[in-house]
Design a protein around this ligand. Structure first.
Ligand code: UDP
Ligand code: MG
Length: 324
């Protein structure tokens, strides 16, 4: 029998987690040819999500991993995949915005020979208009400048076979941008659409500020176009400056010295100063990324879990520390 792990990153989801499990079970219990396992990842919740998870893990088909703090959804998903063992892996949100009813069709995709069945939202009715507008603009932009294709509305709700999961795990960057990673690893992906729904309960963890920073990460993680833009800008400014220099020298030689010129001077100084700062800023974005990556910090840290094999590992580590 093929096994399927359902990975559910949860951050303060006390209001929906039980509902999620029962709703999802209704679908998976009907698929008798597969053995499902729910792997809840507690991403450092500050409410009693973990307690609820522990209760759920008393069921034979559920387990939990609790991270030592809030690492972000990307890291939580990675933690889940890293500790998955199923032939296939499903990733879905806890808030029921990802319809469990789609799961059978997603599995069919894999059975048809695809490596992955991914989903995208056909509508964005659950989101505020400003967010929708900015998101649309972001995807247009990022697809134009980066070497990966990120479909608008594509979320993390997907099923992958082991081959693809291993490829995703092999990309061990700390600053993860899954949408880009899923696309970058390649493989054959089937796309399904679903109608957007509002979350069942609780609140979204995204603020506009967080989304903006996320977008910036998405651009810098999969494209070096901004760096190239900096070089092009530098070249254009230098070239114009050179032409202007020739004009000024020629003018002085032909018409003699002329003192006024304060306005053009100030304008040029400010303009070029601005370009230099902007370029430094772009460089800084990438240097910051390199700085974080070279430290090779772990992507997540497990505090406790119901998974026996890794439990042992962490307990051994603790004991070793005591001996030392
Ligand atoms: N999530 C997480 N860590 C975080 C933020 C979110 O594990 O730091 C989880 C959250 O519990 C949910 C999923 O990621 O299961 C999607 O989060 P949310 O519903 O807030 O995002 P949205 O649907 O608004 O994009
Ligand atoms: Mg949501």
């Amino acid at each position: 029998m093929k096994t399927i792990d359902i990975i559910v990153p949860c951050y303060n989801e006390r209001e929906v987690i039980d509902l999620f499990y029962s709703e999802c079970k209704k679908v998976t219990d009907r698929l008798e040819d597969y053995r499902f396992r729910y792997l809840f990842v507690d991403d450092g919740s500050s409410d009693d999500t973990l307690e609820k998870m522990k209760k759920l893990a008393e069921n034979p088909d559920a387990d939990y991993i609790s991270l030592s703090r809030n690492f972000g959804k990307e890291s939580a998903m990675y933690a889940g995949m890293k500790n998955s063992s199923g032939d296939m892996v499903v990733i879905m949100d806890a808030d029921l915005q990802h319809p469990p009813a789609l799961i059978p069709e997603m599995i069919e995709g894999i059975e048809e020979g695809y490596d992955c069945t991914a989903t995208y939202r056909a509508t964005r009715d659950g989101d505020p208009p400003l967010r929708t507008f900015l998101t649309n603009k972001f995807y247009k932009f990022v697809n134009r400048i980066s070497d990966v294709d990120m479909p608008n509305g594509a979320g993390d709700f997907r099923i992958m076979n082991r081959k693809m999961v291993n490829a995703v795990l092999a990309m061990s960057e700390v600053q993860r941008f899954s949408k880009g990673i899923f696309s970058w690893v390649g493989f054959r992906t089937k796309w399904l659409s679903f109608e957007d729904v509002e979350r069942a309960a609780g609140q979204t963890k995204w603020s506009l500020r967080k989304l903006f920073l996320y977008a910036l990460d998405g651009i810098t993680a999969f494209s070096t176009a901004p760096l190239r833009l900096a070089s092009i800008m530098g070249f254009a400014v230098s070239f114009s400056a050179f032409v202007y220099l020739i004009c000024v020298v020629a003018k002085t030689l032909i018409f003699g010295r002329d003192f006024p010129g304060y306005a053009s001077m100030v304008t040029l100084v400010l303009l070029i100063g601005g370009f230099i700062l902007l370029t430094c800023g772009i460089l800084g974005e990438y240097v910051a990324k390199i700085y974080i990556e070279v430290k090779k910090r772990p992507i997540f840290i497990v505090e406790e879990t119901s998974l026996d094999d890794i439990k042992e590992e962490y307990e051994n580590e603790k004991n070793n520390k005591k001996i030392n």
